[in-house]
Structures are given as C-alpha cells and as structure tokens.
Design a protein. Structure first.
Length: 136
C-alpha cells in the first residue's frame, strides 16, 4: 500500500513550480493503471495514456503554453483538492479547482473545473465585500 501523504506532498511541490511538464512526469509515476481524468464542463474523460499523450501534444495543437499559479491544496486521506489559476498565454486568469481521489498511494481519479473571470452584477453590491480578483 502506498502513502497518500507522500504522493500529495510530491504533487504540491511540483504544482508550486507551475511546470506542467513536471506534473505529467508525476502522473506517469503516481497514476493508477485505471486512472481517469474528467472535465465535466466540456464533457470529456481521459485515460492515463490519453492524458499523457494530450500533455505531450498540448503546446503544438493548442498554440499555447499555459502556466499554473498554485494557491493551495486541501484534504487528506483519499481526497485532496487543489486551487490555482491558469494563464493560457492571454493574461486572462482562469480559476482552477481539481479534486483528486487517491487509492493505495496513487491517484485514481482527477476531476477538474475551469472558470473564466466575470464581472459581478451591480445588484449584488449591497450584499458583498469586494476582494481582489484572481490574477494570472
């Protein structure tokens, strides 16, 4: 049985660098053979092999080299949550939340959500406290 805390620490260390290439190396090492990565907003699911192939082809196919700004990781046991911001090269900070599910010290499932910034509606001004928006 593997150690989920050790795995989480390794992922956190790499996430703090913002280096997607190093992240792919960790997926090779720490993803289960039946690993699944899901993007509910676009209705897409990837296997471990497909996720690694997509990562290798991403810059060429998309014409971008995204960077990741790590915010924090929460959780413990078999579930951890990562928050951050992705810049796809256009300076627009895309908020990111990933929910990882671990099994025996390996990542078995990763569900990721991406949210573009938007202007808050004026009608909410009386109810909210303004904060600094996420930056890329």
């Amino acid at each position: 049985m593997g150690d989920n805390m050790e795995m989480g620490a390794r992922f956190e260390e790499v996430l703090q660098t913002g280096d997607f290439g190093r992240l792919a190396e960790l997926v090779k090492e720490y993803a289960t053979d039946d690993f699944v990565q899901e993007w509910p907003q676009s209705g897409e699911r990837l296997t471990k092999a497909a996720s690694l192939r997509l990562n290798e082809a991403y810059a060429e196919r998309s014409g971008t080299s995204p960077t990741f700004k790590y915010r924090r990781m929460l959780g413990g046991g078999d579930v951890f949550i990562v928050e951050g911001t992705i810049d796809y090269g256009d300076g627009i900070p895309v908020s990111y939340v990933g929910i990882g599910e671990a099994r025996d010290g390996k990542i078995a499932k990763l569900t990721e959500y991406f949210a573009n910034p938007f202007e808050a509606p004026a009608w909410r001004a009386d109810f909210v406290e303004k904060m600094e928006p996420a930056t890329a």
